[in-house]
Design a protein around this ligand. Structure first.
Ligand SMILES: Nc1ncnc2c1ncn2[C@@H]1O[C@H](COP(=O)(O)OP(=O)(O)OP(=O)(O)O)[C@@H](O)[C@H]1O
Length: 578
């Protein structure tokens, strides 16, 4: 049962109909053999005993029944075929959606550890294997057992010695396949690993092609990719080269039964202990009976391989998702209390405490890598802290349903991702049911309406995957428009570091000023002059808040903030007016 669960990614019911119909079709497939045996007997009888006349009426009946059995086969094969494909594709589609939904609920920490190429390969490649497993392999393998079992039972009634010799080598073939099962699995796992690695290297190569070109890294990156392709080739040759002899030996064992049966038959015939009709009947049935079984044996290795794909999917589906059922409260003050957190072993935030009252503007400043973005990620509950707690309205966010919490938060990050869709739909991600008027209004507020209007198809213009056809400033304003539309009470903001032209910078500042009005805001600021008016400025250094307060107080304190301020002032020639 476990293997059937694996090959259907946890949905073995998908196999019920395809297996049932294929088995019935195989049963119907036995009928023509039985009729052939009877026809052979009828035709032979007048030869063996000239006193008997050919029973033509019975022969006609057999012809008619043959026609009926072929019709029955046809009638059963249609639903078998339909249910195989329908169930295979719908099980894969359901499985893909289930996995996509699960991925969304997993902590980001888990997803960061995995290669995105690996996950994409799982979504497409692994499920394609399961489709093939459900539509072809499993029904064929189970159905293939029907004919030999029935034949063994039927033929044993005719002559048990002949039946025994025909099937004598079958247990050997099955034992060979089952005994080498572990080895087949290991070969399969090696091949699958090499395939995933090659997929990952290819994805890395394609994603980084611009950098590779710019820095002329063709040699080094390409070697990695080439090495993974060669490794895949080695595994492919190994798996085919080693599985081939196993399968061929099993098939040879099965077929050797036929030879043994002929030897035994001739021996019995010569000894007068077997009549010719029975011998001919065994020859007719024996020559075809193993056809489905040999293809099932050949399919077994493939089955084990596909099963591993399903196992990988089930393992990922078992990864614990972020828990929490409570709905976030209507109070929107935020507090970090003694928060310690690390992406891996090393702590990135150490005992951080910060209070953000409702409607206030808090700025996070500090050197690169000091942990500013991490604070925002913990508030949005992309991760849970290792120690301490993050509170919203006095409640620990750990107990809240992650999606409900995210409805309270708008995020404007530096690396804006735009989907391959129209501009309007990209803004609509802020709120799925927004009308076109609301989208345009949000775009106006976020200072994007003018540039969108100038695009060839306005709001219906398609943007490239990842938003590659828009400038950095434009993308950021689109993400502000999304946040405007979402209209959430909390805004998490990561100011762009990339230097923008003054016009773009002014537009973005204006858009942000509108977005933050009347909301609880936590903003990462790289240019300190933009946060002089903040209610609170928290200065982070190496994962700790080393000082906090208003701009003037921090300047007066003469600490890290003052030094950063002086540095930026000198670099850009501002004058301190306060
Ligand atoms: N997903 C991640 N996995 C592992 N380490 C990470 C991850 N994200 C950030 N880090 C590390 O955590 C530390 C803090 O990162 P964080 O992005 O919070 O800093 P930051 O102050 O926002 O930096 P910057 O101003 O450069 O954006 C850095 O050392 C960074 O390398």
């Amino acid at each position: 049962m476990g293997v059937l669960r694996n090959i259907t990614a946890g949905n073995p019911r998908a196999l019920v109909k395809p297996v049932a119909y294929t088995t019935l079709a195989n049963l119907a497939g036995v009928l023509p053999f039985a009729l052939l045996v009877e026809a052979a007997r009828l035709v032979y009888e007048p030869f063996a005993n000239p006193a008997l006349a050919l029973d033509t009426a019975r022969l006609w009946w057999i012809c008619a029944l043959m026609g009926v059995s072929l019709l029955l086969l046809y009638v059963l094969e249609i639903p078998a075929y339909r249910s195989q494909f329908r169930n295979a594709y719908s099980a894969a589609a359901d499985g893909r959606s289930r996995l996509a939904e699960h991925l969304r609920k997993l902590p980001l920490g888990y997803l960061n550890k995995r290669d995105p190429g690996d996950l994409a390969n799982m979504m497409m490649g692994d499920f394609t294997m399961l489709e093939h497993g459900i539509s072809h392999l499993v029904p064929q393998m189970i159905g293939a057992l029907v004919m030999p079992v029935l034949a063994l039972a039927g033929l044993s009634l005719l002559d048990w010695r002949m039946a025994l010799s025909l099937f004598a080598a079958l247990p050997l073939a099955i034992a060979l396949v089952l005994l080498t099962s572990g080895f087949q699995r290991r070969l399969g796992a090696g091949h699958m690993g090499a395939k995933i690695e090659a997929g990952n290297r290819l994805q890395e190569y394609l994603n980084g092609i611009r950098v590779i070109k710019a820095y002329n890294l063709t040699g080094e990156r390409f070697t990695k990719l080439e090495r993974s392709f060669k490794d895949l080739m080695r595994h492919s040759i190994r798996i085919e080269g080693m599985l081939g002899p196993i399968v061929l030996s099993a098939v040879a064992f099965v077929r050797s039964g036929l030879t043994l049966m002929i030897i035994v038959g001739v021996h019995l015939l010569l000894g007068g202990r077997l009549d010719i009709v029975t011998f001919v009947s065994f020859l007719i049935v024996g020559s075809r009976i193993f056809d489905p079984l040999t293809s099932a044996l050949a399919g077994y290795a493939e089955f084990r391989y596909y099963e591993q794909a399903g196992e990988r999917i089930l393992k990922l589906l078992k990864e614990p998702v972020m828990t929490g059922e409570r709905q976030p409260p209507d109070r929107h003050d935020i507090e970090l209390r003694g928060v310690t957190f690390g992406y891996r072993q090393q702590a990135v935030l150490k005992d951080v405490s910060l209070a953000v009252p409702v409607g206030s503007f808090t700025a996070l400043v500090g050197p690169s890598g000091s942990g500013k973005s991490t604070v925002l990620r913990l508030i949005a509950r992309f991760y849970d802290p290792d120690a301490g707690e993050v509170l919203l309205g006095g409640d620990n966010v750990r107990s809240m349903e992650p999606e409900a919490l995210l409805r309270k938060v708008s995020m404007v990050f530096q690396d804006v991702y735009l989907f391959q869709d129209t501009i309007a739909n990209n803004i609509r991600f802020g709120r799925g049911d927004a009308t076109m008027e609301e989208i345009v209004e949000a775009a106006r507020q976020a200072c994007c309406h003018d540039f969108i209007r100038k695009l060839p198809n306005g709001y219906d213009t398609l943007v490239g995957e990842g938003g590659s056809t828009l400038s950095g400033g434009e993308k950021q304003r689109i993400s502000i428009a999304r946040a405007m539309l979402k209209n959430a009470p909390i805004v998490l903001l990561d100011e762009a570091t990339a230097s923008l032209d003054p016009e773009n910078e002014a537009s973005i500042q204006q858009a942000i000023d509108r977005l933050v009005q009347g909301r609880t805001v936590i903003a990462i600021a790289h240019r300190l002059k933009t946060v002089r008016g903040a209610d609170n400025i928290a200065v982070l250094s190496e994962g700790r808040i080393v000082e906090q307060g208003r701009h003037d107080d921090l300047l007066a304190a003469g600490g890290l903030y003052k030094r950063m301020w002086e540095l930026q002032r000198q670099a850009s020639g501002w004058k301190i007016s306060s």
